[in-house]
Design a protein around this ligand. Structure first.
Ligand SMILES: NC(=O)c1ccc[n+]([C@@H]2O[C@H](COP(=O)([O-])OP(=O)(O)OC[C@H]3O[C@@H](n4cnc5c(N)ncnc54)[C@H](O)[C@@H]3O)[C@@H](O)[C@H]2O)c1
Length: 246
């Protein structure tokens, strides 16, 4: 994606909420044609097209990619935000929950990345992929085994794809957020015995002294998709309020 956003088609998974919805709103204002993909049947502000379905289902992803191709002529950018956690350590995590989290967070990222590369190849144009990681995949964290494992794998997936697809002009990077004030984070706080105290503990982990906002993540994603990041691939952008610095 080397000429700005006007007329560019950008697909955002998990577009109905949080970071994905903020990314759609921001890039739509920059002139991009935004596609939201989500299992929730919500059309976020700024979406030119909203598709409802599971990112972990290969048939659904193939059907959605075909619809995007037919209606918008392929796509130039992909942002994978669909994801969730269950707040369980290994002994407490049923294999069904482990597999479901892997299916959304990792397989969903893989399937949409596969669709993006196919579309970019078919239209003989390069593009940019941004996958959403997590600061916890680097820092570690308690009682979220499937989530942390899936996010660590997403980083490795992005790095190998960056190498494989650099020759065809496709860049692949990872956004690494800190704790961002979204419904996902609130659900995580609500699992704690004292959600207010959990929120305060999370705030105190950031040297900047607050939680991040979804709009701030959207700005970091915009950079990674933009021509300004034309020499950036296989990298992680830490937009984490300083969490990983100390
Ligand atoms: N909020 C944070 O503190 C934080 C921190 C680090 C990383 N992240 C990551 O950022 C991404 C976005 O998180 P958010 O905080 O905006 O969450 P969110 O819950 O607000 O939004 C996630 C969206 O993904 C959708 N989704 C989940 N599973 C899906 C599936 N199988 N198929 C289709 N859609 C599905 C949900 O319906 C929801 O709309 C996630 O990958 C999350 O792991 C968030």
């Amino acid at each position: 994606m080397e000429q700005g956003f006007a007329g560019k088609v950008i697909v955002v998974t998990g577009g109905a909420s949080g970071i994905g919805a903020a990314t759609i709103a921001l890039l739509a204002r920059d002139g991009a044609q935004m596609v939201s993909v989500d299992r929730a049947a919500t059309t976020p502000d700024g979406a030119a097209l909203a598709l409802c379905g599971d990112v972990g289902d290969p048939g659904t992803v193939a059907a959605h990619a075909a619809e995007i191709d037919a209606r918008l002529g392929g796509f130039d950018g992909l942002v994978t935000c669909a994801g969730y956690s269950n707040g369980k350590a290994v002994p407490d995590c049923p294999v069904s929950e482990w597999e479901a989290i892997m299916r959304t967070n990792l397989t969903g990222t893989f399937l949409w990345a596969q669709a993006a590369v196919a579309a970019m190849r078919a239209h003989r144009r390069g593009g940019a992929l941004v996958m959403t990681g997590s600061q916890l995949a680097f820092a570690g964290g308690r009682a979220n085994a499937a989530y942390l494992a899936s996010k660590g794998a997403v980083v490795s997936l992005a790095r190998t794809m960056a190498v494989d697809h650099a020759p065809e002009g496709i860049r692949v990077n990872v956004l690494v957020p800190g704790a961002i004030d979204t419904p996902l984070l609130q659900r995580a706080f609500d699992r704690a015995p004292d959600p207010g105290a959990a929120r305060q503990r999370s705030v105190s982990r950031h040297p900047l002294g607050r939680l991040g906002r979804a709009e701030e993540m959207a700005c970091a994603i915009r950079f990674l998709l933009s021509p300004e990041a034309s020499f950036t691939t296989g990298s992680c952008l830490f937009a984490d309020g300083g969490w990983l610095a100390g």
